[in-house]
Design a protein around this ligand. Structure first.
Ligand SMILES: [Zn+2]
Ligand SMILES: [Zn+2]
Length: 108
C-alpha cells in the first residue's frame, strides 16, 4: 500500500506509477519492491533445502543419537553384523551421517 506524499491519500497502481485520487503521481520503483524481485529470483535458482529429504545413496538410516559430544546429529547409517559366535545376537553398527563417528549399539 502506498500513500501520496502530497495529500496523504491512498494510491492505486496505474501502470508504472502510483496515482492518488487527486491525481498526484509517484514512480513505483521503491526499494522494497526491488528487494522482493531480487529475493524471488534467488529463490528460484538458489540451493534447495535438502534437510528433510531422505538421501537414497547413503543406505538405511535410523534415529540414533551420535555419541560425539560436539555432534548434534540424531541420524546414523547402520548395518547389522554378527560378531563372534553365531548364536550371539546381531549387533548394529552405526555411522553418524554428520561427523562419520562409528559406534556399536551396545557401546552405551
Ligand atoms: Zn495526492
Ligand atoms: Zn556425529
Amino acid at each position: 500500500m502506498e500513500f501520496c506524499d502530497e495529500c496523504g491519500a491512498m494510491m492505486k497502481l496505474e501502470g508504472d506509477v502510483w496515482q492518488c485520487a487527486a491525481g498526484h503521481e509517484q514512480p513505483r520503483n521503491h526499494d522494497s519492491e526491488a528487494e522482493m524481485t531480487t529475493t524471488q529470483g534467488q529463490t528460484s535458482d538458489g540451493p534447495v533445502d535438502m534437510s528433510d529429504v531422505e538421501d537414497e545413496d547413503i543406505g538405511p538410516t535410523t534415529r540414533a543419537r551420535c555419541p560425539e559430544p560436539d555432534c548434534e546429529s540424531d541420524r546414523a547409517r547402520y548395518e547389522m553384523k554378527q560378531i563372534r559366535a553365531a548364536d550371539e545376537s546381531e549387533t548394529r553398527f552405526f555411522t553418524c551421517v554428520e561427523c562419520g563417528k562409528k559406534w556399536r549399539e551396545d557401546d552405551h
